[in-house]
Design a protein around this ligand. Structure first.
Ligand code: GDP
Ligand code: ZN
Length: 479
């Protein structure tokens, strides 16, 4: 990706395929020469001009709206021209090619993915977290995710980060000022309530991190892998969970026993559920390939559902499977086909699942803790009748750490969470250096500086070009 390039760029901004309208967008630091070549009328900025779009021989390729935004008051901060025509691939392609031909002498070239938004960031039209929110809004797979992405885009997340950063800087200035007047040290910090301020900042940072974790679940979703012996009902469970959800079944090319991924939503939280080949001893080569893939898939899971037949509890092979499951991943042990048990046994299963499980209380516990707590959970369900499925859905949300009462007001990425965690770590050290018995003020100030730097990385104030390239290259073309 070409960072900080100043060539004019062009792309079809609307989705590929046919649509009512289609938009070709150009960004250039100076659009005037290009405009003179494209149209024989003067465009008034921010006015819709209904015009023919002519090719170089004067043939009308399309007729539509031309809209000019003069920099810096535009999406990218440069001059931006939008040509809104009919949304067919061929007609848009013609308009695009014509512009490229006419613009060649001015260096006009195809935009790379995310390049418009990247310019918006580099020209300070938005910060990095907002730029990421643009992509997240486009990618949002549920109304909840879209709502949160829009909140991020309008700055809700960035404002919280900036406000917290400002408070850290003010505290650091106070500590550094104290360093210059060592004899007044205690008075100074006490007078301005440095310790209380530090604790407030830490608690607000913690709250922000908890919310960010929610925002990340909403954005990334959870990878749930269904494992178990053949015929225990994995595929039936996948279908039952998908229910009325607009299911996107993606059969991955390859052998007949390849995995199937289905995206579902539970309370707006995206879950990617992977159905796998049944696990058993086998001499069949094709099947053993499927089984090897299943183990590989299990390594990547955020949560594993180990499905078993309720009529065969304590089955030897299931014990063997349990022992081979990755130790670092939460496992939900689920007994299927309880409809085949007698009424008493069914009722026992369904009341058992009503009890509050340990991990419910640990929303913010580290993953290792979640895993060990969750491993003990056993649920009874029937993929056929739907019994117990609501409980299963709830358990999945619990394991994800999803807390419906505090839906994140913004989306977050793993990158944000890492930065917040790192800032939190520096604040812990800051507090240690600030403590009465072991006061090391220059280290106190230094940890505050590092915490502030972590927060700035989220909004992109200190961010490497490599990272910027990585972020923007994951955007779609034309955005
Ligand atoms: P998989 O091999 O683990 O994917 O199992 P399938 O989903 O293909 O199911 C195997 C068989 O079990 C099918 O005949 C299903 O109809 C049946 N089955 C699945 N779930 C249930 C259930 O909850 N109750 C009953 N009675 N049968 C089930
Ligand atoms: Zn199956």
């Amino acid at each position: 990706m070409t960072l900080r390039s100043h060539e004019p760029i062009i792309a079809i901004a609307t989705a590929p395929g046919r649509g009512g309208i289609g938009v070709v967008r150009i960004s250039a630091s100076n659009m005037e020469p290009l405009l003179a070549r494209l149209f024989n009328v003067q465009l008034t900025p921010r006015h819709a001009h209904y015009l023919p779009f002519n090719d170089k021989d004067g043939n009308v390729m399309d007729a539509g709206i031309a809209l000019l935004f003069k920099g810096p008051h535009s999406y990218t901060g440069e001059d931006v021209l939008e040509l809104q025509g009919h949304g067919g691939p061929a007609v848009l392609r013609r308009v695009l090619d014509h512009c490229l031909e006419v613009g060649e002498e001015y260096g006009l070239r195809h935009a790379e993915p995310g390049e418009f938004t990247q310019r918006a960031f580099l020209n300070e039209r938005m910060d990095l977290a907002q730029a990421e929110a643009v992509a997240d809004l486009i990618d949002a797979s549920s109304a909840a995710a879209a709502r949160s992405a829009m909140a991020s885009l309008s700055g809700a997340f960035s404002n919280r980060i900036n406000a917290l950063g400002d408070r850290i800087v003010r505290l650091r200035i106070l500590v550094e000022a104290t360093l210059d007047f060592p004899e007044e040290e205690i008075d100074f910090l006490e007078k301005y309530q440095a310790h209380a301020t530090l604790e407030e900042i830490r608690s607000d940072l913690h709250a922000l991190t908890v919310q960010a974790r929610q925002g990340m679940i909403l954005r990334e979703g959870m990878h749930v892998v269904l494992a178990g012996q053949p015929n225990v009902g994995k595929s039936s469970l996948l279908n039952a969970l998908a229910g009325d959800d607009i299911a996107i079944v993606t059969p991955v090319a390859g052998t007949t026993r390849d995995k199937v991924i289905q995206q579902i939503h539970i309370q707006g939280v995206p879950l990617h559920i992977v159905d796998t080949a049944g696990l058993r001893e086998t001499d069949d080569t094709v099947e053993s390939i499927g089984i090897a893939r299943t183990w590989a898939e299990l390594e990547k899971a955020n949560v594993i559902i180990h499905l078993q037949d309720a009529r065969a509890q304590n089955d030897e092979l299931d014990t063997a499977i349990t022992n081979r499951l990755p130790a670092h991943t939460p496992v939900l042990k689920v007994f299927n086909k309880i409809d085949l048990l007698d009424a008493g046994a069914q009722a026992a299963f369904l009341t058992l699942t009503d009890t509050d499980t340990p991990f419910r209380k640990n929303h913010n516990a580290p993953e290792a803790q979640l895993a060990s707590a969750a491993t003990d959970v056993a649920l009874g369900i029937s993929a056929r009748t739907g019994a117990g499925l609501d409980m299963l859905r709830q358990k999945l949300l619990d394991i994800a750490g999803w807390n419906p009462s505090s839906e994140s007001p913004w989306l977050a990425r793993e990158r944000h969470l890492k930065a917040l965690d790192s800032a939190g770590g520096h604040m812990v050290l800051a507090a240690e250096h600030a403590s009465q018995n072991d006061r090391v003020l220059d280290l106190f100030a230094e940890e505050l500086r590092l915490a502030h730097e972590d927060l700035c990385a989220i909004t992109g104030q200190f961010t490497s070009d490599e990272l910027l390239g990585e972020i923007f290259s994951s955007f779609c073309i034309g955005k």
